[in-house]
Design a protein around this ligand. Structure first.
Ligand SMILES: *[C@@H]1O[C@H](CO)[C@@H](O)[C@H](O)[C@H]1NC(C)=O
Ligand SMILES: *[C@@H]1O[C@H](CO)[C@@H](O)[C@H](O)[C@H]1NC(C)=O
Length: 361
């Protein structure tokens, strides 16, 4: 085992204090969540950590971290921990649903089920390692660690769960690209390798989800890059409001949500989108829809407002699939200027509603 003795000491003497609500009454039976999990997460003793590493088929990174980190770099690590807890919750639930053959989670045969269970167990343990890696790095740098929330996932079938996993994994890969750039731009170069290694792990997961969904494993030549603020906003869509003990430590922007109403298809067509107003407002300002796909300059299309009743707006916009080969993940955001936008980060700076995630092919 290659974990450092100081880490073990910290893990055993500084347990998280969990203040999150502990009951999700409606789903308490189906979901063995929230934390702490039976294996101890998030507060582990050395034996529990060893057990998780064994299930993950590998250890926490053993290379020494730099001595200091930028404020932006600390926020990056907090966002990673925030996301990783969501994944731990999701795969814990999914594994439970498959293991217990919850309605909607049946497999056609035992061979497929056995392979899926082994794969999910490995993914879950690796996500636990990612969570610990981010929070232990924060502790090392003397920055606030992130505590888990209570989560809820909008899925009740195996198929929908894997579609969701494929989507949030693609978006996390996009967010980790932005995190890498922010580390590099803020003198935290020493952290970039850790993120590259994590992206590769997520890419392998994504390949399995895609094969499961009868898609070719590798999505696009270069995966869509996102923005940390989009990553933070999207992650919160899985959080039970008010259940996060210290989300306020994460100094990122949260946008108002954007709903993609039409299921997009691999052809150029109009899609319907909608959003809810924060303030009652009968009139929309001039808005556009920006699409971020792969490593291309974002496309901006005009929005036609179909209805606006003061609370909710519905609009249609062209999804220019054919012109730009919008395969894989596309991140849509309603923006308050026409652009041009250099990349996802510049779209986020002008975003009003978003991100809406579209996955084609
Ligand atoms: C860490 O500290 C060193 C020495 O003071 C400094 O040169 C470097 O820029 C700092 N790194 C960050 C990321 O702030
Ligand atoms: C597990 O099943 C329950 C009951 O159908 C459902 O509410 C929950 O969202 C499922 N979780 C996952 C991750 O599939």
């Amino acid at each position: 085992m290659h974990f450092s003795p100081s880490l073990i000491a910290l893990l055993s003497v500084v347990p998280f204090s969990l203040t999150a609500p502990t009951v999700r009454t409606d789903e308490a039976e189906a979901a063995p969540y929230p934390l702490p999990l039976p294996d101890g997460l998030p507060s582990l003793n050395p034996e529990q950590l060893q057990q998780i590493e064994k299930q993950a088929h590998g250890t926490l990174p053993g290379l020494p971290l730099p001595t200091n980190i930028s404020a932006v770099g600390a926020t990056n690590l907090q966002l990673i921990a925030f996301n990783q807890f969501i994944e731990v919750a999701f795969y814990t639930e999914l594994l439970y649903n498959v293991t217990n053959t919850v309605k909607g989670y049946e497999f056609p045969n035992e061979v497929e089920k056995e392979f899926a269970l082994r794969s999910l167990e490995t993914i879950l343990a690796q996500e636990k390692v990612h969570t610990l890696t981010a929070n232990e790095a924060l502790r090392h740098f003397g920055r606030p660690t992130i505590k888990p929330c209570v989560y809820s996932f909008p899925v009740t079938t195996l198929q929908d769960a894997i579609v969701l996993a494929a989507t949030f994994t693609s978006h996390l890969i996009g967010t980790l690209q932005d995190i890498t750039e922010r580390f590099a731009a803020n003198n935290d170069n020493a952290m970039t390798g850790l993120i590259a290694a994590t992206i590769a792990n997520k890419g392998a997961q994504s390949g399995w989800f895609r094969v499961f969904l009868d898609k070719y494993p590798s999505e696009v030549p270069t995966l869509t890059a996102s923005d940390v603020n989009f990553g933070f906003t999207y992650a919160q869509s899985f959080v039970v409001p008010g259940s996060c003990p210290n989300i306020n430590e994460i100094k990122l922007k949260t946008f108002s949500p954007l709903d993609i109403v039409t299921r997009p298809e691999p052809r150029t067509h109009k899609i319907k989108i909608s959003w809810t107003h924060v303030h009652d407002d009968k009139k929309e300002e001039l808005l556009w829809l920006a699409y971020v796909n792969q490593l291309n300059v974002p496309n901006v299309v005009p929005l036609q407002i179909v209805s606006c009743d003061g609370r909710k707006s519905v609009a249609v916009a062209i999804f220019p699939y054919e012109e730009f080969l919008l395969n894989g993940l596309t991140i849509a955001a309603v923006v308050n200027r026409q652009g041009p936008f250099a990349n996802a980060v510049s779209v986020a700076q002008s975003a009003v509603y978003g991100p809406g995630l579209i996955v084609v092919e």
